[in-house]
Design a protein. Structure first.
Length: 108
């Protein structure tokens, strides 16, 4: 599945959160807060494994990262952004930041 397809499919599961809330789209607000919450759940899994030595199932991590991904897609969609543009922009930033150390061929 490519990132554009994922974003389109994720949007189909998004609820309508109604009108604006003090000039901020309620959809944007819910998406951003959901992203923060799900990122916290990922952090909690890592804390349990690394901090307390507990067993964390790989599928638990996949599940939580999937939730983060859904909220990233929803946040992008709510602001009219495409995930592929976000990914391309991030890679350009990394290339700029890491200069000669960044070698695409190394990661293929």
């Amino acid at each position: 599945m490519d990132i554009k397809q994922y974003q389109r499919l994720a949007e189909k599961t998004a609820m309508s959160f109604g009108d604006n809330l003090d000039g901020i789209s309620r959809r944007c607000c819910i998406a951003g807060l959901g992203l923060a919450g799900e990122a916290g759940e990922v952090a909690d899994l890592i804390k349990k494994k690394e901090g307390y030595g507990k067993t964390v199932g790989i599928y638990d991590l996949i599940d939580e990262l999937g939730d983060v991904m859904w909220y990233i897609a929803e946040t992008a969609t709510a602001y009219g952004l495409d995930l592929d543009l976000i990914c391309e922009t991030n890679i350009a930033k990394l290339k700029n930041r890491h200069g000669e150390k960044f070698n695409e061929d190394h990661y293929v």
